[in-house]
Design a protein around this ligand. Sequence first.
Ligand code: AMP
Length: 286
Amino acid sequence: MTERGTTGPQIHRTVADLRRALAAERTGGRRIALVPTMGALHEGHLSLVRKGFALADAVVVSIFVNPTQFAPHEDFDAYPRTEASDVDKLAAFGVGHVFAPSAREMYPDGFCTAVSLGGPALGLETDFRPHFFSGVAVVVAKLLLAVLPDVAVFGEKDYQQLLVIRQLVRDLNMPVEIVGAPTLRETDGLAMSSRNAYLDPQARRTAATLYATLADTAARLAADPGDLAALDDGCRRLEQAGFRVDYLALRDAATLAPLEAASDRPRRLLVAAWLGQTRLIDNIPA
Ligand code: AMP
């Protein structure tokens, strides 16, 4: 089931084929990095691949649009699927292995295991997408156990997800180092995302307001850490620009817990907002 172009990565469709190929890759103590993705690769994903090569000898990229992290009304069917061009991009980076399983390979008949999450999974995304992190946690656990990488790289773009995965790996004693990578942005500040492809030209211009609002709100909070009215003003600005805001929230950067009064712990400003049918998320330190 493993496929190979003339020069590109091997494409593995089953866990068994992937494991066989990686056993050979691991000889001589070579280190392996995993970069999990849902495909439709952009420069942000490729920056994770670059980081993977800085940390390991071989990089495995998974491409899997995971059905269990989408609710029935969400964009699973519409999510962009561009495997051939994704593989070309990865070939240019020297990626040796792509794991692109079917949903049936990942969730065969009778699959019934779930993971119950707390801590950083509580609130924020979970308030609006209650199914989301349990789907992510199961698929990431399966990917980590299929690849058994030395290190796995995740983007800070999905900051809550990064903390949930760190917690999962710590709690289950998974022998892998989780490394976070900074968010790559377009020139107007919009965080790169596969979902940006949903935006029409006018929405794309408006979308820049999301990062501008985060940056200006964080600047106000830096000038006066107690100026929590900055959050209400940020929400209003987004709504005036045409967004429907799920949340604009200031949280403890390490735990995502609501802030204790007068705490001087690092903080993170996180936002999720809709432009038409497209939901965008972003975050920065604050
Ligand atoms: P996705 O394909 O959207 O599930 O993302 C796969 C990985 O790429 C996740 O770890 C994301 O956090 C990361 N990622 C997505 N967008 C960016 C970006 N703009 N900069 C850096 N990493 C990103």
